[in-house]
Unconditional design. Structure first.
Ligand code: HEM
Length: 264
């Protein structure tokens, strides 16, 4: 994938997130306009993308990465009920929405900067997930890569039209919405490039955010010595004030200075 080595040198701020120069936007460099349109059109070919994404995620948590069952709150749920669990069901919905939004930004509105920002933001937010914060390892356990590799194998056949979408029980088979105008090889190549961009960008944004979080955590753990110093200063101030009060009290106890008549 090699993109992580591509250093984002002159960074500029767009909205709240840092991205490189437009000339470095991987959605611009790696995908041409035709690729981006193909990405969008092939995704739109799916009638129920959330259904497929759901099936793939159920396979991931059951067969590929059972450690993720706890993360998605499906540890004790039977397979058939997993997608109705809020965390897994919610993630499937967000994942599908992200694909819908990104493919639209790339293939319809051509908002490539927005697409780049969105994918980096998605990488960043995952640093807040305790499981990933602790277990994500770029070289051994890159969970973005693991998940998207499964998508590469299982989603692409639906996008090329080689595999028909599953029809939920009791529903009539669906008609294909429009004829696929790209060959399966073209669709496959475009989606592989797309997934590679997602892995690289999400990983990079995740790692930067995790480092930032760890640095600020370290600062917090260094702070106690400052707390102690402050505590000492505070005690000193209190004891100074205390002795001032006692001094004043003593003077008051003595009562006001009495003036005696000069005997002489
Ligand atoms: C949230 C996508 C992988 C766990 C999200 C969100 C998106 C997303 C779009 C919502 C972000 C927001 O609120 O702004 C993706 C994509 C992945 C991926 C594209 C590609 C591989 C993972 C993995 C885990 C994970 C491997 C495993 C720990 C979560 C969790 C949330 C989340 C726990 C919190 C929100 C919720 O409860 O649904 N993800 N995700 N994600 N993701 Fe992922």
């Amino acid at each position: 994938m090699g993109l992580s080595s591509c250093k984002l040198q002159s960074r500029k701020q767009v909205g709240s997130s840092w991205v490189g120069n437009e000339s470095e936007n991987p959605f611009e460099i790696i995908l041409n306009k035709k690729d981006r349109t193909c990405l969008r059109e092939s995704f739109q070919r799916l009638q129920e993308p959330k259904e497929i994404v759901g099936l793939i995620f159920v396979d991931i948590v059951n067969d590929i990465e059972p450690d993720l069952r706890t993360v998605f709150g499906v540890n004790r749920a039977p397979k058939a009920a997993m997608l109705s669990m809020p965390k897994l069901g919610g993630h499937v919905a967000r994942f599908t929405d992200l694909f819908e939004q990104i493919t639209s930004m790339l293939g319809v509105s051509e908002n490539l900067t927005g697409a780049w920002q969105l994918i980096r933001k998605t990488g960043r937010v995952h640093a807040k997930q305790a499981f990933l914060e602790q277990n994500f390892n770029q070289l051994e356990k890159n969970y973005f890569e693991i998940v998207l590799n499964v998508f590469e194998q299982r989603l692409i056949p639906y996008l090329t039209g080689e595999k028909e979408e599953p029809v939920p029980e009791g529903q009539a088979p669906r008609k294909v919405r429009f004829a696929q105008s790209y060959t399966p090889d073209v669709v496959t190549a475009v989606w592989k490039k797309f997934f590679a961009i997602l892995v690289t960008q999400m990983t990079d944004a995740f790692e930067l955010e995790r480092t930032k979080m760890r640095n600020s955590q370290n600062q917090k753990t260094l702070a106690p010595h400052q707390h102690i110093e402050n505590e000492v200063k505070k005690k000193k101030r209190i004891s100074e004030r205390q002795s001032e009060i006692e001094h004043t009290a003593n003077s008051v106890e003595k009562g006001p200075e009495q003036l005696f008549e000069d005997p002489f």
